[in-house]
Write a protein that binds this ligand. Structure first.
Ligand code: ZN
Length: 99
């Protein structure tokens, strides 16, 4: 199932710019962005994943994880209009307010 685009609070261009700027500020690199339905299922993505529309990006960092870094990155993401979800091997970014 492809997510409904009506509730996405930013354009794809705005999301792309926000992710690039977030990476510039945090020393982050993107490891996953736009996914096909088949690839999303193969990597265990949820059926309504924002990755299906290019509104999800997974990030790894040059510096090691710490709670201070996570708190800082949550604040930076918020400043770019993004929600950061911390996962075991990466951080996931999506537009703030994504449903
Ligand atoms: Zn993700």
């Amino acid at each position: 199932m492809i997510p409904n685009t009506a509730s996405i609070p930013m354009t794809l261009s705005e999301f792309c710019i926000a992710v690039v700027r977030y990476c510039d500020v945090t020393g982050g690199s993107v490891t996953s962005w736009k996914r096909s339905v088949q690839h999303n299922a193969a990597v265990g993505g949820v059926v309504s994943s924002p990755h299906l529309l290019g509104f999800g990006a997974d990030i790894v960092y040059d510096s090691p994880h710490s709670e201070d870094r996570l708190t800082n990155h949550l604040t930076i993401a918020l400043g770019f209009g993004l929600t950061l979800i911390h996962e075991s091997l990466h951080d996931h970014l999506q537009p703030r307010g994504w449903r």
